[in-house]
Design a protein around this ligand. Structure first.
Ligand code: NAD
Length: 500
């Protein structure tokens, strides 16, 4: 990567951009959808563009071509190495266009441009490369079953898969879901979030330009209850991965049950907690990590650190340290390279942040920082990074996902008390525990009903480790080799050699 992005006038670049929101099918952009909707900028409330909303007809068309590719096309029949080469060329093409793509991500989500360049775009390129390199390194199995028989166990593509994306990291799952699904030979129909279709459309267009078969990848923009439901209900889709809110996961599971019973992989919301014990190794380092977990990406993270549980003896000191971290954050124009907290993507997030804060305060919670909307850019949706002390356990800020830069804290007296509160929401994305005691750390992580448990860190992450949740957070997995189970079936071929 050459240009770092910090010397670009992003406003000038944004003024020149002409977003293309047309659906991507058979390798072309099409615009025959009857319905459209307006995409408004989270940054300043202006119209970004009008987006077509694909209906049943467009989804049927995308699925018919995806199925034809499976029956007769080349994509599932290419050697894995060739598919890997196409994915590698795709990663190169994204890297070459990463600044334009990052600008689309920032404009549609409101996230700081610096995060879009350094986290979102870097992440998607790395992930696609990782799966490109894995393509020809997967092997089946050959169990020993006796002298006169041969058993071969192979991984086969599932067939036609639907992938429903959220808006908070629009491109992340292109790397973590779409790339491995394609690498295994599937045809993929992608539905981006209605809040963030532009970067996904352009990113997938680059895949087709780089050599992915044009019928193996379509992108159908649209709203959830129409386009998303058309995918969930479709009788010729074999599997659907849905990353979104808990209610959306349940809606897709219902749609599958009412159609062909396709597999559904839900990866849903979260309400992660940090549990800080009085023997925490370094209180400032812990506060820094917890603040990052709570306020990075405006708190719009499924693994976000929404609850902070602190042993009573260090409660006040720890909250002071987190407050000092908040004072270093800069809420501002997403197109300003120095901004660390940008705009909230949806009106709902802004409303939820306000309501949940008010409810917590009415119940006795104290606002230590933030607690109100701010306006670094007129017309935009911004909420100041907020730290609430003593929020009631029963308040929404403690029980439900708010998906905004609001962290709620409570003191605890012993491990059991901390565990009870940490898992009371039923969500099970992540938990982070901060202590010098290996015994305490493992008591917490062993009891954790969570997809990931961090000890003395928050968001320790790598492409090799699986990501996903348990309980209300769903059960689908992305990343590493765990994702391969979503997009492949295991087939046994048995050969009888006859008697000697
Ligand atoms: P969402 O549930 O509103 O939408 C997700 C996708 O499903 C979108 O493409 C949307 O159009 C579609 N959809 C919505 N309602 C639908 C319906 N009734 N039928 C069919 N499709 C429907 O989620 P969002 O607001 O875009 O994203 C934020 C949510 O995603 C948060 O809850 C966050 O925690 C979760 N998330 C989870 C993970 C994870 O790995 N578990 C990762 C990122 C985001």
């Amino acid at each position: 990567m050459t240009h770092s992005g910090n010397t670009i006038d992003w406003q000038v670049m944004a003024d020149k951009i002409v977003p293309d929101a047309r659906a991507l099918m058979h390798g072309k952009r099409i615009d025959d959808c009857a319905d459209t909707f307006d995409l408004l900028s989270p940054r300043d409330g202006t119209l970004l563009c009008t987006v077509p909303s694909c209906g049943q007809a467009e989804v049927d068309d995308a699925v018919a071509h995806a199925r034809a590719e499976q029956r007769l096309g080349c994509w599932p029949r290419l050697t894995p190495r060739k598919r890997g080469e196409a994915l590698g060329a795709w990663a190169d093409a994204i890297e070459a266009e990463r600044l334009d793509l990052a600008l689309l991500v920032s404009l549609e989500t409101g996230k700081p441009i610096r995060d879009a360049v350094e986290i979102d775009l870097r992440g998607v390129v790395r992930a696609i490369r990782w799966y490109a390199e894995l393509a020809d390194k997967l092997h089946g199995d050959h169990p020993a079953v006796g002298a006169n028989d041969v058993a071969l166990v192979s991984r086969e593509p599932v067939g036609v898969v639907g992938i429903l994306l959220p808006w908070n990291f629009p491109l992340a799952l292109i790397g973590y879901d779409v790339a491995p699904a394609l690498m295994l030979g599937n045809s993929v129909v992608v539905k981006p979030s209605e809040r963030a279709p532009l970067s996904v459309l352009r990113c997938c267009e680059l895949a087709v330009e780089a050599g992915v078969s044009r019928d193996a990848l379509s992108v159908v923009p649209g709203v959830g209850r129409e386009t998303g439901q058309a995918i969930g209900r479709h009788a010729d889709i074999d599997s659907v991965a849905v990353t979104g809110a808990a209610a959306t996961g349940r809606a897709i599971i219902r749609a599958s049950g009412e159609s062909n019973g396709k597999r559904v992989w839900p990866e849903l919301g979260g309400k992660s907690a940090a549990v800080v014990f009085k023997d925490v190794r370094d209180i400032d380092a812990a506060a820094h990590a917890v603040a990052w977990g709570a306020y990075f990406n405006q708190g719009e993270m499924c693994t976000g650190c929404a609850r902070v549980l602190v042993e009573r003896e260090v409660y006040a000191e720890f909250l002071d340290a987190v407050s000092a971290e908040i004072d270093q954050l800069r809420v501002g124009d997403p197109l300003d390279w120095a901004t660390s907290v940008g705009a909230l993507t949806t009106d709902r997030q802004l409303r939820d942040a306000q309501l949940a804060t008010e409810e917590a305060v009415l119940g006795g919670g104290r606002v230590l920082r933030g607690g109100m909307s701010v306006a670094p850019v007129a017309g935009g949706r911004y909420f100041a990074p907020t730290l609430l002390a003593d929020a009631p356990e029963s308040s929404r800020i403690f029980t439900d996902e708010v998906f905004a830069p609001v962290a709620a804290a409570r003191p605890f007296d012993d491990v059991d008390d901390a565990l009870r509160v940490a898992f009371s929401s039923g969500y099970g994305m992540g938990i982070s525990v901060w202590t010098s005691s290996i015994d305490t750390a493992f008591r917490v992580t062993r009891a954790a009903k969570a997809g990931i448990a961090w000890i003395n860190c928050f968001e320790g992450d790598d492409l090799t480790v699986p990501a996903g949740g348990v309980g209300r957070s769903g059960f689908g997995r992305t990343k590493g080799t765990a994702v391969l189970d979503k997009y492949s079936d295991v087939k046994t071929t048995w050969v009888h050699l006859g008697d000697e």
